[in-house]
Design a protein around this ligand. Structure first.
Ligand code: GLU
Length: 461
């Protein structure tokens, strides 16, 4: 993926190209040592050439310079005491990236790899993803370089409470609404919400999403990201006369996104033959038993290698990245960023993959995406394909504001409608700006247009 213009003889196109190159060069200079953030911005900028060339107002009003600079970046100390009595210190983050179309919205990630670059790439992606959902939510993200692995319940709770003691200064139901991401699930959201309520008083249910059903959560929020990814891929396949039914699927990861992608793919008649965690992957020709994975990961909090003890026909391989060597029709990367590199993309293509749907955020490198596109593989980009989670988060906020709860079927029907709409917006924008069939370009352009136009309407913001 490069910034090469499609119409290099066109003056507006050359101007737009120079603009993109300048903004990117400035971004790298102003944010050194943030490779993931650079990558996320580059992916978007590379798609925007046609719209920037067609509509000079964006360049004239410095929209890109404004978009790539977060409205606010907060870092804070998170001190906590471990079970041995030792005091530990982690670093907490919240990036409030863009509030042009609604309050900042985006998850919290607790993982040792978390740093400013990771949080900014996630926050940047979130701006456009959230716009695509059609809900009024701006872009934000946060987290901490805390490793939940091997921590006791008490340690997790004390960490979450300390984290919220600081974060509560900056969030609120109309201001910034965090949710989960890697390392932050229902358990952590419960502790975070409990602490927010103690400090702030009242019952501000809409301050967090992904809450338990008992205390203001939405039906189908847990399932939404995984289900939404499969709904999106299903739309993409349908347009080509293909179907999830009868396909062979490989899903990386075994967290919340992967588990419910597995369930929905199986419900639609696919066979999911492999899944993974950070230590390795399991291959089960009979079809991965989602219930086992869910229990191992969500209840017992064990490694995926344990799966083969209960399903002896399955095999465990201690290298998670090798999961992409398994031949499949549909690949759903649902683990983490940059898990499909150039080499793995080549392997998938050589093995005849027909579609790739990104359940994780930025799971394919720029080189891998480029290879998929060149090979004519159907490619569902993360900010469209995994938007179902945050879309249902927005529905959770709506239910909290109304003090009402919708049924599972009502929320699921709305989720399907939203994923269908994201698919159509992406197809239409790609068509309109001269890149028919390129869902990555379409999603980026459609998301950008909504946010940029709102910013223009709001003045110099
Ligand atoms: N972390 C999820 C995402 O990447 C969900 C965010 C949310 O529900 O606010 O979109």
């Amino acid at each position: 993926m490069s910034f090469v213009p499609t119409l290099d003889t066109d003056n507006n196109s050359s101007k737009a190209l120079r603009y993109i190159e300048d903004v990117y060069a400035q971004l790298v200079a102003r944010n050194p040592q943030e490779p993931e953030f650079h990558q996320a911005v580059k992916e978007i900028l590379a798609s925007l050439l046609p719209i920037l060339a067609a509509e000079p107002k964006y360049q004239n009003q410095a929209i890109l310079e404004r978009l790539v600079e977060p409205e606010r970046m907060i870092t804070f100390r998170v001190p906590w005491t471990d079970d041995t009595g030792k005091i530990r210190v982690n670093r907490g983050y919240r990036v409030q990236f863009n509030s042009a179309i609604g309050p900042y919205k985006g998850g919290l990630r607790f993982h040792p790899s978390v740093n400013a670059s990771i949080i900014k790439f996630l926050g940047f992606e979130q701006i456009f993803k959230n716009a695509l959902t059609g809900q009024h939510i701006g872009g934000g993200k946060g987290g901490a370089d805390f490793d939940p692995k091997g921590k006791s319940e008490g340690e997790i709770m004390r960490f979450a409470q300390s984290f919220m003691t600081e974060l509560q200064n900056f969030i609120g139901p109309d201001q910034d609404v965090p949710a989960g991401d890697i390392g932050v699930g229902a358990r952590e959201i419960g502790y975070l919400f409990g602490q927010y309520k103690r400090i702030r008083g009242g019952y501000p249910a809409g301050v967090l999403t992904g809450k338990g059903i008992l205390y203001g959560g939405s039906q189908a929020r847990t399932e939404a990201t995984g289900y939404g990814t499969v709904y999106f891929v299903s739309e993409m396949l349908k347009a080509k006369g293909l179907s999830v039914n009868g396909s062979r699927v490989v899903i990386s990861g075994s967290g919340n996104v992967a588990i419910y992608a597995m369930q929905k793919a199986a419900q639609l008649g696919a066979k999911v033959v492999a899944c993974s965690d950070s230590a390795g992957y399991v291959y089960d020709e009979n079809g991965i038993q989602m219930d086992t994975v869910r229990r191992l990961k969500e209840v017992e909090r064990k490694r995926i290698s344990e799966y083969v003890k209960e399903h002896p026909q399955a095999t465990y391989f201690p290298s998670s990245s090798q999961i992409w060597t398994i031949p499949c029709d549909i690949a759903l990367p649902c683990a983490t960023q940059n898990e499909i590199d150039e080499k793995m993309a080549r392997t998938l293509i050589a093995n005849g993959v027909k579609a790739v749907g990104e359940g994780a955020n930025m799971p394919s490198t720029l080189e891998a995406i480029h290879l998929f596109q060149q090979a004519g593989i159907l490619f569902a980009p993360a900010k469209a394909a995994n938007a179902g989670g945050v879309a249902v988060s927005a529905l959770e906020m709506a239910q909290n504001s109304m003090r009402l709860s919708w049924s599972f079927n009502e929320v699921d029907a709305k989720l399907q409608e939203i994923m269908g709409s994201i698919y159509r917006q992406s197809v239409d924008a790609a068509q309109q700006y001269g890149q028919p069939g390129n869902l990555l370009a379409g999603a980026n352009i459609a998301g950008f247009k909504m946010v940029a136009d709102a910013m223009l309407a709001e003045g110099v913001v």
